[in-house]
Design a protein around this ligand. Structure first.
Ligand code: IMP
Length: 174
């Protein structure tokens, strides 16, 4: 198993997170947000971006899974749900990566059923090639090609989440 060269370096990531935080701070000026981190993958992105968003916020976490190693199971499991009251809140979901969109679609529908004032999605990476769900994130860090990536929170078999950069992961040398 091989970890390729960084696709996005620590410096690239920091710069893009600053830009996204500015955009969100401008869009939500005068409002309070409920920032929801989708675990485990978004933990690094979330902790970086919430420090830079300049509007008042509450924070919550939702633990979901749908992948085994590099393959989607097509079935989303919620292991721990949001505990904050969602009704009437301006909710932003922070996700590590959108691939088929099935995970996010499931989570969006779950949150929408609890009547938020508004709901937007901020995904650090957007891999459009396999998109099944009719869903576009409102804020995107980077669009990426059809490669399996690890680092900056993203895993293969729950490993490599701690890499401070994002790299392409290959199962065998080619
Ligand atoms: P989707 O439901 O197919 O959009 O997949 C979304 C979830 O799959 C993400 O939250 C990740 O946990 C995982 N995932 C999808 N692509 C990758 C990848 O390239 N690397 C690591 N995890 C991924």
């Amino acid at each position: 198993m091989i970890i390729g060269k960084p696709l996005f370096t620590t410096q690239n990531i920091q710069n893009r997170v600053i830009e996204l935080a500015k955009e969100i701070s401008t869009d939500y000026e005068g409002k309070e947000i409920l920032a929801v981190c989708i675990l485990k993958g978004a933990f690094m992105f979330f902790s970086d971006i919430v420090k830079l968003i300049q509007v008042p916020m509450n924070i919550d976490f939702l633990v979901a899974s749908s992948y085994i190693k590099t393959e989607t199971t097509g079935e989303v499991k919620i292991h721990a749900d949001i505990r904050e009251d969602i009704r009437g809140k301006h909710v932003i979901i922070f996700e590590d990566i959108v691939d088929t969109g099935l995970t996010l679609k499931y989570i969006k529908d779950l949150i929408l059923s609890k009547n938020p004032a508004s709901l937007k999605v901020c995904a650090f990476l957007d891999k459009k090639t396999h998109r099944h769900a009719d869903l576009e994130p409102d804020y995107v860090g980077y669009k990426i090609p059809d490669e399996y990536v690890v680092g900056y929170g993203l895993d293969y078999d729950n490993k490599y989440r701690n890499l401070p950069y994002i790299a392409v992961f290959k199962k065998e040398s080619s």
